[in-house]
Write a new protein. Sequence first.
Length: 426
Amino acid sequence: MSPTPDPVAPGPGVPDRAREDACPGALRLHTADDGALARVRLPGGLLTSRQVLALAAAAEELGDGHLETTSRGNVQLRGLPEGCGAELGGRLRAAGLLPSDRHERIRNIVASPLAGIDGNGHADVTTWARELDAALCAAEWSTALSGRFLFALDDGRGDVAGLDADVTLIATPADRALLRLGRATTALRVPAVRAVAEALRAAQDFLTLLRETGAQAWRIREADPDGARLTPPGSPAVALPVLSGALPQAGPVAGPDGRHGLSAGLPFGRAGVAQWRLLAEAAADGAGELRVTPWRGAVVPGLTPELARTWTGRLTAAGLGLDPHSPWELAMACTGTPGCAKSLADVRGDAARALAGADPAAGRLLPVHWSGCERRCGHPAGTWVDALATPDGYRVAVRRPDAAPTYQATTTQQMADAVARARRTK
């Protein structure tokens, strides 16, 4: 599929950059109905097994005993008591999860989770992720970026290229890369060795544009939708390639070097500390690394085929998703009640009941996201099924980047069938 997200027109609906950026972070906690929330940025979704254990301990001893993932491959702790920020910050620094207090909310980097694992793609973009993160944290100017600004590093398979990032790098053959700005339909060719530097230049040029024009925008798509004003004069632009958009499937992932990855889904992106500790143990048996995905899952790289089989059984028994045909695959939901006061329903409870009665898929189902209100927090990009709570039940529709959705109003009891039909839409 082509990496074109849902359209958002610039103009009066654009957020007012004059108001303070309220995006939660690891040090600026957000108050929710179930306590404080902390969002820990994980550039590229990368965690060491030791860092997973540190996060699990923090969730158990300070929070509600769970960690949840976000649509940008980050991790959140919920149910935190008031006044725990200093202790949480100290724990995160000790684990290497806060390399810079001043930059922690702008370290928004997604990367292809299977890069360097399955033999597909043109580059192991985890190297780019680490290089980009280090450069952002070393720069003074980057602190002016908002907590919403996003970098996407795609290894060429076309997965994270569709996540509506502000700056997207797509690896191509012959040690080259494409640089896409906002929602531009074209890209610039850059040498792979210069890819991170060019991404940083684009972000810095965006801040310069805001200063020079007085534009009030959080993201490139709001200030320069087609990327024309941020494209250096004389730079030749090329059309974006058609990308497959293939997302990681649950289960073992064979690699060309005899090693396997293991892709596990987390129910609604939320798992208890015991499950996270199992993931840390699996990671220690592999490359010592865990990759949190933007699709509410986690990838363990570097396992032998025998260990991949063993861990498939253990993680399945622990309640994680290892079956690519399960209706739970690519099923997401916002917090809903009782954690969010704006929600009209217990969307996770309703979604769990709908999924429990759904038949296994014969083929790949569309992603689905249950939302408790019109904000649709955490919804996916691209084509997906929107199950929106209303005072009378739900409205269900397939949302596509290039077409207005047609909603079907249902009762809560009818919603499961409506979602199941919509997810099989091609």
